[in-house]
Design a protein around this ligand. Structure first.
Ligand SMILES: Cc1cc2nc3c(=O)[nH]c(=O)nc-3n(C[C@H](O)[C@H](O)[C@H](O)COP(=O)(O)OP(=O)(O)OC[C@H]3O[C@@H](n4cnc5c(N)ncnc54)[C@H](O)[C@@H]3O)c2cc1C
Length: 408
């Protein structure tokens, strides 16, 4: 067994959110460790099948302040307009970048590009001790500190930290281990994720279309591809993923219509089960939850990672302020500032996403009318639309320094 090492911050989970936090805290004089179970360098899959994420304008600002946007922007496709419609009903609404005075409402970035840039962050020499591949196998927390045991293929090691950050994703073992209660709703749906190439150029428009079999998003990507996120009933998942390319394109065309002409090429299909998981506590003495470990959302509005990046901006600010004031960053009084600051944003975005997911997947004809009315009202009522725009662009609530483009 190696000698015990001590850290200020131990981040469990070096996924997109955990790695973003490393970047935010690097250079602040903190001793940081990350435990990640999946080898960092194996998580890159180039090619037509890139999974993509829609990043909000606010996320771009935070990545810019973190010095990562320049590299990411090379792979980013800006969204100029969002078009929301309901199959078989007349109502639709539009959001325009010009209404917001922005160059883009958001950006579609391949997950591979984000992972590559953040993988580089985890491997920065001197900035962080990366334990990878390694799994957190035990965690004990008391007033004075946290002790974590981690296992690699061949060894077991113990480390201590003043603060543990759970960035270990939707199935967070830290949450389970510490008995943190969760609100769970199984949508009984899966997201079928793939890429397509339509006959006509996408002109940087993101489409969100509600169909009787679930919401369907087409996001503009590079090389005139569109990233497809199509929600279907769990029971139809195997059938849809097993369709031949031609059958899949036919079915998608039927749901989406001909706004982009014929849908001509499709990549590999992947199915993601959909659940809402929300931790009922986001802080405890020496513990903070971020990203999917705190909130796993339906992907209907592309909010999950964006919300996680805002967790990072706030938590980093709270930690750095505490250290500068000579306070213990793991103290509950310090972490409560993070917990209460994030509460409103978590509540608003979860309620918005969950409400949309439930309303737009109910098959009852009456709901079609409500939905159409909702969309027409949204188009006619600037305040309602502005609220939607603010939420989807990540602009709700009190804004941390990084999101204002300021250094920590
Ligand atoms: C179909 C779909 C589409 C989406 N589209 C969007 C979008 O357009 N925009 C958006 O903002 N969000 C989107 N999301 C959500 C987004 O993907 C997630 O919010 C984001 O990936 C969460 O990142 P995370 O780092 O919190 O969790 P994860 O990515 O799950 O990372 C957790 C990490 O912790 C590691 N880990 C777990 N347990 C341990 C352990 N015990 N020891 C060591 N390591 C451990 C894992 O290996 C992993 O690397 C989408 C989600 C889905 C399913």
């Amino acid at each position: 067994m190696d000698a015990m090492k001590s850290y200020d911050v131990l981040i469990v989970g070096g996924g997109m959110v955990g790695a973003s936090l490393v970047q935010a805290l690097a250079g602040q004089g903190l001793r940081i460790a990350v435990i990640e179970s999946v080898p960092v360098e194996t998580r890159t899959e180039p090619g037509y099948d890139d999974r993509a994420l829609a990043l909000a304008h606010g996320t771009r600002k935070i990545f810019h302040a973190l010095g990562l946007w320049e590299e990411l922007s090379a792979a980013a496709t800006p969204i100029h307009r969002i078009h929301i419609s309901d199959r078989g009903h007349c109502g639709f609404t539009r959001m325009e970048r010009t209404e917001e005075g922005l160059e883009a409402l958001g950006y579609v970035v391949p997950a591979r590009a984000i992972t590559r840039v953040l993988g580089g962050v985890l491997r920065q020499p001197g900035a962080v001790d990366l334990y990878c591949p390694a799994v957190l196998s035990e965690l004990e927390i008391d007033e004075s500190g946290a002790m974590a045991r981690l296992s690699t293929d061949a060894t077991e090691q113990e480390i201590t930290a003043r603060l543990v950050v759970a960035a270990d994703g939707a199935g967070s073992s830290i949450r389970d281990r510490l008995g943190i209660p969760v609100q769970v709703h199984d949508y009984g749906q899966v997201a079928i994720v793939t890429n397509i190439t339509p006959q006509l150029p996408h002109h940087n428009i993101a489409y969100e279309r509600f169909t009787e079999t679930g919401p369907l998003a087409l996001l503009p990507m590079s090389e005139q591809r569109c990233a497809v996120v199509w929600t279907v009933d769990e029971k139809d998942s195997d059938t849809v993923t097993a369709l031949s390319d031609a059958e899949f394109l036919d079915r998608l065309q039927d749901r989406f219509g001909y706004r982009l002409g014929r849908l001509e090429r499709v990549g590999r299909r992947q199915a993601w089960p959909l659940r809402l998981v929300r931790a009922q506590e986001s802080v405890r003495q020496r513990l903070a939850l971020v990203g999917n470990a705190a909130h796993t959302l339906h992907p209907i509005a592309g909010q999950g990672f964006n919300l996680g990046v805002r967790d990072v901006a706030v938590l980093a600010e709270v930690i750095v302020d505490a250290v500068r004031a000579d306070r213990d960053p793991g103290d509950l009084a310090v972490l409560s500032r993070y917990g209460s600051w994030r509460q409103g944003d978590h509540r608003r975005v979860t309620a918005f996403t969950d409400g949309m997911a439930r309303m737009f997947t109910l098959p009852l004809p009456a709901f079609g009318v409500v939905r159409s009315a909702g969309m027409v009202a949204l188009d006619l009522l600037p305040p309602a639309k502005r609220l939607l725009t603010r939420l989807t662009m990540g602009r709700g609530g009190r804004v941390p320094r990084l999101a204002r483009g300021l250094p920590l």
